[in-house]
Write a protein that binds this ligand. Structure first.
Ligand code: KE4
Length: 432
């Protein structure tokens, strides 16, 4: 039985007159899942309530940042305390170094980090730094990976670009992307060929070490090791885009999980605890090329914002003191993924799934999904029906087949059982 979302509809009608598509980020428009976007009134723990009072188990968590759940008291208290002292000074504050110490202690290859206000700024700046350091022009990214919306990276990108089925973006002159080589993920031969063709010309390889933006796609066995070896050999910088995976897959992110050290790491999401923070870090030798010390320019009015630093410090401090939660996140995520997969099998619905720790995706295809070509085979219409049926069942999944879902510290065994029950109902009634 569909839930009334009349208030959300009214709010969307108003917003559409003022904001393109009524949204400030395309995926929120729910266009690829054939549903009207929800307006959220408030969240608490693992649940959110929409403008009509409908309650949902939330598997987006603001697209990853809310690993501690909505309105976690430790984070809210830190923000309130910081806000009482002022919201922004455009000058340095002690909390910036506090957050830097927390991040660097978890990512030991980093000696320094620069904070910005989004993941897009982090990756854009890291690439500029890599080009400045190597004095080379070409960059390598992978099809289906998304690193934010800077021009050079809007090439065969995942996330909202893939969701909307657009090849890249209008408004980006081809001259701006001619230096971007987009290769298939999990394909070492393609990487070898690119380095052969552009020998000593590639400044960096940027990769989601575990992809979230074509849905969750893990690296094939040995893939990250091969990436590390070829870039080291070529004196090309390896950039791990851990905006999504940092402090998500493990306290030390994907690089802890897989034991691979990149040259630069980009961060975002969890390090801001739900407030706008991004960051990029690496060895002093590279990082000291950034202004004001070096010739690579980057700046930001609200970089190191006191409230964002406070939210980030509260979140990372809690994770540092409670590293045991990662085992529980892994257990719960394993249960919900397996339970929904079993419900699909029982209903004769073809899906496959990928999961790494608390990040996962159910793909509406036979699978396996190992790269963009296999992800693109998904039946996105079937995913849309599943998404809408799960929404009716009180479960809020990412509104796109090409996004990852997340379990957080606030999710409970009861949430998992309710989600599996909703999936059984969805597969039964929605003819998914
Ligand atoms: P932001 O500029 O959105 O803070 O970060 C860009 C970014 C960079 N790198 C990775 C691996 C990312 O996943 C992202 C942003 N993720 C998307 C969701 N897949 C943000 C959600 C949205 O675009 O609304």
């Amino acid at each position: 039985m569909s839930r009334s979302i009349e208030q959300s509809r009214k709010l969307q009608q108003r917003a559409e007159k003022l904001i393109p598509g009524g949204v400030n980020s395309p995926v929120r428009a729910f266009r690829s899942v054939g549903a009207d976007p929800l307006y959220i009134a408030h969240g608490q723990g693992s649940h959110i309530w929409d403008a009509d009072g409908n309650e949902y188990i939330d598997y987006i968590g603001s697209w990853g940042p809310l690993i501690l759940g909505h309105a976690a008291s430790t984070v809210i208290d830190a923000i309130i305390e910081a806000a009482r002292k002022g919201t922004s000074f455009g000058a340095s504050i002690p909390a910036e170094a506090d957050l830097a110490e927390l991040v660097i202690s978890a990512f030991p290859h980093m000696e320094k980090i620069r904070f910005v206000s989004s993941g897009t700024e982090a990756t854009m700046s890291a690439i500029r730094l890599a080009r400045g350091y190597t004095k080379r022009k070409y960059i390598v990214k992978f099809e289906g990976c998304y690193h934010g919306h800077s021009d050079a990276l809007l090439v065969k990108a995942g996330s909202g670009v893939a969701t909307l089925g657009i090849p890249g973006s209008a408004g980006v002159p081809e001259e701006f992307t001619q230096l971007t080589l987009a290769l298939p993920y999990n394909d070492i031969c393609a990487l070898d060929a690119a380095f052969e063709r552009f020998k000593h010309q590639i400044a960096c390889v940027i990769v989601e070490p575990v992809v979230g933006n074509m849905g969750c796609v893990p690296p094939a066995r040995g893939y990250l090791e091969a990436l590390r070896a070829i870039t080291k050999n070529e004196k090309t910088l390896l950039i791990f885009d851990e905006v999504m995976t940092g402090f998500r897959l493990a306290y030390g992110g994907a690089q802890e999980l897989y034991g691979i050290e990149p040259d630069l790491t980009t961060m975002g999401k969890i390090i801001g605890g739900g407030l706008p923070v991004g960051g990029y870090g690496g060895p002093t030798e590279i990082m000291d090329l950034i202004a004001p010390l070096g010739p690579v320019y980057q700046a930001g009015t609200l970089s190191g914002n006191p409230l964002a630093m406070a939210a980030g410090c509260a979140t990372l401090s809690y994770l540092r003191e409670h590293k045991g939660i990662y085992a529980n996140l892994d257990k719960l995520a394993g249960e919900v993924v397996a339970g929904v997969a079993a419900a699909a099998k029982d209903a004769g619905v073809t899906i496959c799934h990928n999961r790494v720790s608390s990040m996962f995706t159910w793909f509406f295809t036979q699978g396996p999904v190992t790269d963009w070509d296999s992800a693109a085979k998904c039946d996105t219409q079937a995913f849309g029906r599943f998404f809408r049926a799960m929404l009716d069942g009180g479960v809020y999944l990412p509104p796109s087949q090409f996004e990852a879902a997340f379990i957080g510290a606030a999710h409970t065994e009861h949430d998992v059982q309710q989600t599996i029950a909703a999936a059984k109902q969805a597969f039964a009634v929605a003819a998914v």
